[in-house]
Ligand binder design. Structure first.
Ligand code: GLU
Length: 372
């Protein structure tokens, strides 16, 4: 299909660690190229939000480490050493184009919590109005995988930023040309996939796991990121950031990299449910599954089990088919499981709704089945 990005007004650009570093450390020329690319988009009145990795790698090199940094405490230290260095490179490079960067360090919970997310969104809009270039990174000092608050990789973070700021295009820049049918670093007969209409298992199978010393992501995380963006009505291009004038060329519709189409834009509420980490699972029987797919309400009689501890209003899984926000806590649902609606007042002590969720608070993980 012809690539037409003439409508694009807001782009999120993710730059990976591998792209930013060379054998000696940070690749200052690459950062300068990026600054020139960003300036070119700004000339076309396109807003650019940057998501840049590289803090941990920069910090590690300054400490004289050459192997992967796995220990959490050391990752935290490297991130806090490397982040100001990273920003000073962006500041110097963007200055040549009279552009000012702003640093935004965020965690997954900042985006999950409505209040902090609204605050963040206002701050971003304000920065963009001021003509500033927001530069995001994960706040690796406070958010670690151990406490479950991490995005884990900046591919996902960039997709969430694109989704939350209603960007029209997410560009993930890396050091290879896009998604290949086979890993081009290992096999010769791989072919570049230039267009993906819908991410499915066959596409995910083409994407291997993470690769290099300091970066976290791989092709798989990029494809998963593109899926998150697609649900927000945002297209993604995965491309080689080492290519000349890559950003303006991509926005002009040149056939470079892998373009993953946008899907139908889900509501903010549905995206929030889909993108939040689930606190537990409500297990339901086959009859209830069918009812759910037919957009009928889920009653306590269809519940066969509850896993995890959650409060009313938390996001949970329903089997593995949907994510939803229940009216009730895990304790209450456990007490009601398998019972008839008429028994609910007796069980809970207070009259409450007999359905477990509002229909708009259920989001199916596989939209194709939903149409059955
Ligand atoms: N936040 C990490 C850093 O700045 C990068 C994570 C990733 O590689 O995706 O070093």
């Amino acid at each position: 299909m012809h690539r037409d990005f003439a409508h694009v007004k807001r782009v999120v650009v993710k730059i990976g660690t591998n792209l930013l570093s060379n054998a000696r450390g940070i690749d200052a020329e690459q950062i300068e190229r990026m600054a020139a690319n960003i300036a070119a988009l700004r000339q076309q009145h396109i807003q650019v939000l940057l998501v840049s990795s590289g803090a941990i790698g920069l910090g590690a090199r300054l400490l004289g480490r050459s192997s992967a940094v796995r220990k959490i405490a050391l990752r935290q230290a490297c991130a806090s050493i490397g982040q100001p260095l990273l920003m000073s490179h962006y500041r110097l490079a963007l200055k040549k184009f009279d552009l000012i960067p702003a640093q935004l360090l965020i965690t997954r919970s900042d985006l999950n919590e409505r209040r902090s997310y609204v605050n963040l969104r206002n701050a971003v809009e304000n920065l963009l109005d001021l003509g500033v270039v927001p530069v995001f990174n994960e706040n690796d000092v406070v958010s670690t995988a151990e406490i479950g608050t991490a995005f884990g990789d900046n591919d996902q973070l960039s997709a969430f930023v694109a989704s939350k700021t209603d960007a029209d295009l997410l560009i993930i820049l890396t050091d290879i040309d896009g998604l290949y049918t086979k890993n081009p670093k290992k096999e010769k007969d791989g072919r570049l996939i230039s267009e993906i209409e819908h991410v499915d298992d066959a596409i995910l199978a083409c994407a291997g796991e993470a690769g290099s010393t300091f970066s976290t992501g791989g092709m798989k995380t990029k494809i998963l990121a593109a899926e998150i963006a697609a649900n927000a009505g945002c297209a993604t291009i995965i491309a080689n950031g080492g290519k000349k004038d890559i950003l303006p060329r991509l926005v002009a519709g040149e056939t470079l990299g892998t373009w993953i189409h946008a899907a139908k834009r889900m509501s903010q509420r549905a995206r929030w449910i889909l993108n939040s980490s689930a606190k537990g699972t409500i297990k339901i029987d086959d009859g209830a599954v069918r009812a759910l797919y037919n957009h009928k309400s889920l009653l306590p009689s269809g519940v066969v089990g509850v896993e995890g501890v959650f409060r009313a209003g938390d996001v949970v899984y329903i089997n593995k088919i949907a994510k939803a926000v229940p009216y009730y806590s895990s304790e209450e649902i456990k007490a009601m499981a398998g019972r008839q609606s008429a028994d609910m007042v007796r069980i809970l002590g207070t009259p409450k709704r007999d359905v477990l969720f509002r229909p708009e608070d259920i989001v199916f993980l596989d939209p194709v089945k939903e149409e059955i």
